[in-house]
Design a protein around this ligand. Structure first.
Ligand SMILES: Nc1nc2c(ncn2[C@@H]2O[C@H](COP(=O)(O)OP(=O)(O)O)[C@@H](O)[C@H]2O)c(=O)[nH]1
Ligand SMILES: [Mg+2]
Length: 268
């Protein structure tokens, strides 16, 4: 791997309130690092049809210490936003993370070290025994999320947490795979992982420190059903011939995220 520049895509829909703090905290994190494993880090903020000052606050945060590029994406959905950001990238290393900074930034350097050590893809995993997470206390979302995880495990066997907002990939691989991903909503991660598995990419799950930042843009009533429908579509598009569609709804084995000892039962 010779291009060690890192671009971090941040999908943002109406994030004027949460984004400035995240970018300032990232700049602070970079300034306090003794030595970085990358050759320069910049962010690509994708303004996903925002009606607030998201683009303006992102431009205002641009600095030599942390260059911020703003890309506009009018197609709604987190998947569409991340895909637009990846399409605008050109670095050897491409990551994405949420605008709320829920995953602690030390994941960046640990993930890059995994990639330079030979992995193709690193996914943040709140189900990893070494992860530290704060739980959500929203019963509706908790039950829905548990059912969703059971279904997602059928599509991408072996990956315990598909939905953590933090992932890092080789840039060329990210650009190639995202061209194939059709899911535009919150389930896009599952399609991405299914297509990476089909390519036999080496995927490593990384423990993370994750906090539930208030102001989530995910509305269980509005986005929940859409996420399941999208998941069924992904299963149809990516499943091997040998796996029937009904397979999606067979629950098998314990929920790895709920097994993670520090978690209360209700979690994304
Ligand atoms: N709900 C929603 N979020 C989007 C969209 N496009 C980009 N995003 C971003 O996707 C991320 C979702 O994270 P967040 O709202 O914290 O959800 P949660 O942490 O999963 O509850 C944020 O950075 C959003 O700004 C969209 O169309 N809808
Ligand atoms: Mg969040």
């Amino acid at each position: 791997m010779n291009d060690l520049r890192l671009q971090v895509v941040i999908p943002a829909r109406n994030e004027a309130a949460r984004l400035p703090r995240t970018l300032a905290a990232l700049r602070h994190h970079l300034a306090s690092m003794p030595a970085a494993p990358w050759a320069g880090l910049e962010t690509i903020v994708v303004d996903n049809g925002s009606t607030d000052r998201t683009a303006a606050v992102a431009h205002a945060a641009d600095s030599p210490d942390l260059p911020v590029t703003v890309v506009r994406c009018d197609r709604p959905g987190k998947g569409a936003a991340v895909a637009a950001g990846v399409a605008a990238s050109d670095a050897g290393l491409v990551a994405y993370m949420d605008a709320d900074g829920a995953t602690a930034f030390d994941a960046l350097e640990r993930a890059v070290n995994c990639l330079t050590g030979g992995a193709d893809v690193v996914v943040g995993s709140r189900a990893h025994p070494a992860s530290t997470t704060t739980a959500r206390h929203d019963a509706v979302r908790g039950v829905g999320a548990s059912l969703y995880r059971a279904a997602a495990r059928r599509v991408v066997p072996g990956i315990a947490d598909t939905q953590c907002g933090f992932k890092l990939m080789r840039g060329d691989l990210a650009r190639a795979v995202f061209r194939e991903v059709r899911a535009a909503g919150f389930s896009f991660d599952v399609e991405l992982l299914a297509r990476l598995q089909a390519r036999h990419a080496e995927i490593v799950e990384l423990p993370v420190t994750w906090v539930d930042v208030p102001g989530s843009t995910f509305r269980p009533a509005r986005h929940g059903a859409a996420a399941f429908t999208e998941l069924a579509g992904i299963h149809r598009r990516t499943r091997p011939e040998s796996r029937p569609l009904r397979d999606l709804f067979l629950v098998e084995g314990p929920d790895p995220l709920l097994m993670q000892q520090s978690l209360a039962p209700f979690h994304v």
